[in-house]
Design a protein around this ligand. Structure first.
Ligand SMILES: Cc1cc2nc3c(=O)[nH]c(=O)nc-3n(C[C@H](O)[C@H](O)[C@H](O)COP(=O)(O)OP(=O)(O)OC[C@H]3O[C@@H](n4cnc5c(N)ncnc54)[C@H](O)[C@@H]3O)c2cc1C
Length: 371
């Protein structure tokens, strides 16, 4: 139900106070706001289009003692079946602004957290700015990208983030965090680890390279262009990435049940030299070759998809309303009418089987939240 409720007071012209009105919605189904299309309702929901909307909503939730959850594009979420008992703050701060001039060879773009990530990638690529072309087709909002340091096809967003403007829930101040302060690592940052729940991301500043060459580090992408000898443009790489993603069910395509997911459900495990050697030995005892990549100096990143596949789960595996994508072993999908409990049961089954077979506990990538 949509009804205007007074949730704060705005200060204007010195000491005069006027009531501010925001659209507070009650009992809002969250499932349609997520790519999984699963989950119960939010008791309250507010869409915040500006910093003052954010501030007012936060103050109101605090005054009512309601827990707060910050929602972006809902593409990395599993919402519980009973929903959220407090306020969901949907971030809709918009705007893409290109700063004049260059900063250490890069052009800076200030982008509202509520902008669609893929729309921003399209914007940059069409103007010939390099640095995020391989991140084409990742769903969700700009504000969601620093949270788990999104990455794909050899690029991570931490390579181009210059700074992140945040609202600090501790003291209600707006601050700029430089790249180093965000503590970026593989699928992590301070926003989903040490400072989880402290900051609301309002805007992200990206530094992109004018006229830069596309990044072609990833094997899938190089294979795609094998026969082509001419130099490639950013737009061709963006298109190729989107095609590869569509083949893997990793692009949201209307009507494709394989994209009713939160993308990869498990992170690729990062193992020490010793643990990696143990796993390799176990694989070769079974006559298998373990695919892995060097990561973080002495560590190795192992393919979670391979571990799942070699623990008895195949593409297209079905368990009632849930299953595994027919295009990618790492995506748990909602086959229609699934509940969060169904997804969690399959998640537990996969984790248990992988652990029994390989001695590795897979860590879920999506944020699981709700009562
Ligand atoms: C088909 C598919 C493919 C995918 N492919 C990839 C991929 O290749 N690589 C990859 O890294 N990810 C991938 N993902 C995961 C997901 O798209 C990204 O993690 C995305 O950045 C999440 O952004 P979002 O706006 O949807 O965040 P949400 O799902 O809404 O939220 C995720 C988390 O971020 C927090 N959050 C969101 N916005 C803000 C904000 N403004 N301030 C503070 N906290 C915030 C939320 O509170 C929550 O904890 C994929 C998902 C799908 C469905």
């Amino acid at each position: 139900m949509l009804r205007p409720i007074r949730i704060g007071r705005a200060k204007v012209a010195g000491c005069i106070f006027i009531p501010a009105i925001m659209q507070l919605q009650e009992n809002v189904p969250l499932a349609p706001l997520t790519t999984f299309q699963i989950g119960g309702p939010a008791r309250f929901l507010v869409e915040a289009k500006s910093i003052s909307d954010v501030r007012e909503a936060v103050v109101w939730a605090k005054s009512k003692n309601l827990p707060l959850f910050v929602l972006g594009g809902g593409s990395n979420l599993l919402v519980s079946d009973s929903g959220w008992p407090g306020l969901v703050l949907e971030i809709a701060v918009g705007g893409i602004e290109q700063r004049p001039g260059e900063h250490e060879g890069r052009t800076l773009f200030d982008v509202g957290a509520g902008e669609s990530w893929d729309a921003f990638v399209a914007h940059a690529v069409s103007r010939n700015y390099a640095g995020i072309e391989c991140l084409s087709g990742i769903p969700g909002s700009v504000g969601g990208t620093p949270v788990q340091n999104v990455g794909a096809y050899g690029q991570e967003v931490s390579e181009t983030i210059d700074s992140v403007e945040v609202f600090d829930l501790r003291d209600h101040q707006v601050r700029d965090l430089c790249n180093e302060a965000c503590g970026f690592a593989y699928r992590s940052s301070i926003f989903n680890t040490s400072e989880r729940g402290r900051f609301i991301i309002l805007r992200v500043t990206y530094g992109l390279t004018p006229g830069g060459k596309p990044h072609l580090a990833y094997a899938d992408l190089r294979r795609h262009f094998e026969a082509q000898r001419k130099s490639l443009g950013l737009a061709e790489v963006r298109e190729a990435v989107r095609q590869i993603r569509a083949r893997k069910g990793m692009l949201i395509v209307e009507g494709d049940p394989d994209s009713r997911s939160a993308g990869s459900f498990f992170k690729n495990p990062v193992l020490s030299e010793e643990k990696h050697a143990e796993l390799q030995a176990l694989a070769s005892a079974k006559g298998l070759t373990l695919p892995s990549y060097p990561a973080l100096e002495k560590n190795h990143k192992v393919s979670a998809a391979w571990l799942v596949e070699h623990s008895g789960f195949t593409r297209g595996y079905a368990a009632g309303h849930v299953g595994i994508s027919s295009k990618h072993t790492l995506a748990i999908i909602n086959r229609g009418g699934a509940t969060a409990a169904d997804v969690l049961a399959l998640k537990d089954q996969i984790q248990q089987r992988v652990e029994e077979t390989w001695g590795i506990r897979l860590e879920p990538e999506p944020v699981i939240f709700g009562a």
